[in-house]
Design a protein around this ligand. Structure first.
Ligand SMILES: CC(C)(COP(=O)(O)OP(=O)(O)OC[C@H]1O[C@@H](n2cnc3c(N)ncnc32)[C@H](O)[C@@H]1OP(=O)(O)O)[C@@H](O)C(=O)NCCC(=O)NCCS
Length: 160
């Protein structure tokens, strides 16, 4: 993901996360840490025939990775793109030498949880009222040794 992708990312973001969409500034500040020798972020976009159909981001701090976001356009969901984006994030986590990767997910988002479980993420707790203003709890999930969960999947073009 580059700064010129942000407009299209925001369109999808507002559609997919209507209650707690990230702002333009949040994407800008994440991307500020995504390039160069000391980079701690990896942000990806997936394009299909020039259309932006998905994006995902990972942050690393020491040997801990955190899935910051992952999203697929509604008409592309269920095609395996989410799995491909997650695979690329875990590849990034491996490159950052993360020993484990954490994520938060709305407790009612069973589809996303199924995807994460398939990759070996296990639930480890809850964060009460994590999603505001809706006051929805987050399920916290953890994956140890991300390099062992890399799947060999192919399809839609994914770029950094
Ligand atoms: C969660 C999300 C990223 C998954 O992406 P995706 O491209 O649909 O994922 P995949 O096609 O790789 O499928 C992942 C799993 O979702 C489930 N799934 C797929 N299509 C489904 C459908 N039509 N109905 C219900 N579940 C479905 C399946 O469990 C699938 O696993 P499987 O391949 O073992 O069957 C996507 O649904 C999305 O963007 N949702 C809205 C934003 C969001 O919730 N992001 C995650 C925040 S924590």
């Amino acid at each position: 993901m580059r700064w010129w992708d942000i407009d299209r990312v925001l369109e999808l973001e507002k559609e997919l996360f209507p209650e707690d969409a990230w702002s333009r500034g949040m994407f800008w500040s994440e991307l500020a840490h995504a390039r160069g020798a000391g980079a701690t972020r990896r942000y990806l976009v997936a394009e299909d025939d020039g259309r932006l159909v998905g994006y995902a981001g990972l942050a690393s701090a020491g040997d801990l990775g955190d899935v910051q976001t992952i999203a697929v356009a509604r008409d592309q969901q269920g095609t395996g793109l989410g799995a491909r984006l997650l695979t690329e994030l875990l590849r990034a986590a491996t490159a950052f030498e993360c020993a484990e990767v954490m994520l938060e997910c709305r407790v009612d988002n069973t589809r996303a949880q199924k995807l994460y479980e398939r990759f070996g993420f296990a639930p480890i707790g809850f964060r009460r009222g994590y999603y505001q203003p809706g006051n929805v709890d987050a399920l916290v999930m953890r994956l140890t040794d991300p390099s062992s969960s890399l799947e060999d999947v192919q399809g839609t073009e994914i770029n950094g």
